[in-house]
Ligand binder design. Structure first.
Ligand SMILES: Nc1ncnc2c1ncn2[C@@H]1O[C@H](COP(=O)(O)OP(=O)(O)O)[C@@H](O)[C@H]1O
Ligand SMILES: [Mg+2]
Length: 503
């Protein structure tokens, strides 16, 4: 049988890391084929090989049964292959139209022939219901609309093999639903689709076939209808996965962290406007929202990375609005930052130094202005054991050489073990594998059970729904709703997240 796309025995090596190890992928015409795997499994690498961004060390590629050489994305385009990257590659200050024709301009005497381009584009827009204003600037449209622009860009180049790299990461549930319909439409037209994801329910909803990668190796290809979510998870992770989170009833205590009428500067959607909320002991307050609606600015203002314009922040009744970062920590704040490598650790310090970044000056770790390395090392060993932080050389490992999951465990351990009342956890599981995610979730719950106040900011809706005791939704810098996770649905949350509903 002839496959539309056949990648045979692909091996791609980065330095000493085998990102793809003898991987074979066979995709039939008109099929929606999911590529499943944990973070770092090699999915994007494999698709980048197909799109001509990387040259494999080994392996062959066949399109419609004919062997091809894909040395760059232009070769891929000529073969009808298009790719929507995880991080869009659009020019912010160009219009939708200009972004789409960029690099594929049709010219006559050096002048771009817009008429023909517009006609073709309008046809595509109505045919696939990819509505977007072609004269708008990229910077003015939503992320969901930007994704449509990327899709139109592929179609404009007549691609019939469409690769989507984690396309739903930035979308609301409603937008995800629409995207799935659009994909089904493509498949019905005879186009061939490869969609990268680590979300199992999405695979169940849209894919026909699924290929699973784990640590660069292909584990198998299965028919989606006859495979359960549990089976897919086990193939992905290599062991059974618990889907339930053990979250006992806890009586919420006194209010301890209060934010009132906070304003923070930033461009339009990115500013924080009159935000007020209170976190109590014994609760996890979740803040949901689509990326870029002021969450980062809010957290930076609360934790001292950005100045506050007006409003107040208090811990246990004490004002910390304008306190410096050390003061905030001393008053009882702990923080698992969004960008762990930039704000959470010093990458070129060793693990034990990273575990005392905020309290190295305390007498416990210092004597006569000299660091007490024996105590620092002991402290590190204790956290390494307690939080299961794994690395090559234990306390002396340079943090840059640790995996993302273990860097995050180190930050979590440091922030939880330090004396604190409030834990601010921002995107605590982003990019981590299932094992680390389960562990971090359990730790956040146990903080709550221990009567700490936890503020959780996450773009992962499942995480917000499963962990939070209350949910606030942030949209364009404002809190637009408060919801009870036991009574709300992902769809309802989506309405608030997209600004369609307020209450
Ligand atoms: N350009 C690169 N240079 C070095 N290492 C890379 C590069 N791209 C990816 N890797 C590594 O290859 C592995 C697979 O990455 P990737 O294909 O992005 O995984 P996935 O998309 O499944 O999350 C990871 O360990 C990653 O760090
Ligand atoms: Mg990837």
């Amino acid at each position: 049988m002839t496959y539309k796309v056949e990648m045979k025995n692909i091996t791609k090596i980065f330095g000493s890391l085998v990102a793809n190890d003898d991987v074979t992928l066979q995709v039939k015409k008109g099929e929606i084929h999911a590529l499943l795997g944990e973070n770092g499994a090699g999915k994007s690498t494999l698709m980048s090989v197909l799109f001509g961004l990387y040259q494999p060390e080994q392996g062959e590629i066949f399109i419609d049964g004919k062997q091809v050489l894909i040395q760059n994305p232009n070769d891929a385009n000529r073969l009808g292959i298009g790719m929507v990257h995880q991080h869009f590659k659009l020019v912010d200050t160009f219009t939708v139209l200009d972004n789409i024709i960029l690099g594929a301009e049709e010219t006559k005497n050096g002048i771009i022939q817009y008429d023909h381009a517009i006609k073709k584009l309008e046809n595509l827009i109505s045919m696939y219901k990819l509505h977007v204003d072609i004269n708008a600037y990229i910077k003015d449209i939503t992320v969901g609309q930007q994704q449509r622009v990327e899709i139109l860009k592929m179609l404009y180049r007549d691609a019939d093999i469409l690769i989507f790299d984690e396309p739903t990461a930035v979308l609301t549930p409603q937008e995800i639903h629409e995207l799935m319909n659009i994909m089904r439409g493509f498949a019905k037209e005879g186009k061939t689709i490869v969609v990268i994801t680590h979300k199992l329910n999405e695979i169940k909803a849209v894919a026909d076939v699924c290929t699973v990668l784990r640590r660069g190796k292909k584990i198998g290809t299965v028919d989606v209808k006859s495979t359960s979510i549990e089976q897919l998870a086990e193939m992905m992770v290599g062991r059974e996965v618990l889907f339930s989170i053990d979250k006992p009833e806890v009586t919420r205590g006194e209010p301890i962290f209060e934010v009132s009428h906070l304003n923070v500067s930033g461009h339009a959607k990115h500013s924080v406007k009159d935000v007020s909320f209170t976190v109590h002991r014994g609760e996890i307050l979740g803040i949901a929202g689509i990326d870029g609606n002021g969450q980062t600015e809010l957290i930076h203002a609360l934790t001292g990375l950005k100045p506050v314009l007006s409003g107040h922040v208090t811990i246990q009744g004490q004002d910390i609005t304008h306190s410096n970062i050390r003061k905030k920590y001393q008053k009882g704040m702990s923080h698992i930052p969004e960008d762990r490598q930039k704000h959470g650790v010093v990458m070129d310090f060793d693990l034990q130094s990273n575990l005392i970044l905020q309290n190295y000056y305390q007498p416990r770790f210092q004597k006569h202005a000299f660091l007490r390395f024996d105590v620092i090392n002991e402290h590190a060993e204790e956290l390494i054991n307690r939080f299961d932080i794994r690395s090559e050389r234990g306390a002396k490992t340079i943090v840059r050489q640790m995996s993302g999951g273990n860097q995050q465990k180190a930050i979590l351990g440091r922030e939880i073990s330090r004396e604190h009342e409030v834990l601010i956890a921002v995107q605590p599981t982003r990019g981590l594998d299932v094992g680390a995610i389960e562990y971090i979730h359990a730790q956040l719950i146990s903080e709550r059970n221990n009567q700490k106040a936890v503020l959780l900011i996450s773009l992962e809706l499942d995480e917000i729904m499963n962990l939070s005791d209350r949910i606030l939704v942030m949209y364009e810098g404002e809190i637009v709703g408060e919801l009870d996770p036991k009574k709300t649905t992902a769809n309802e949350l989506g309405l608030y997240m997209s600004g369609a509903k307020r209450g």
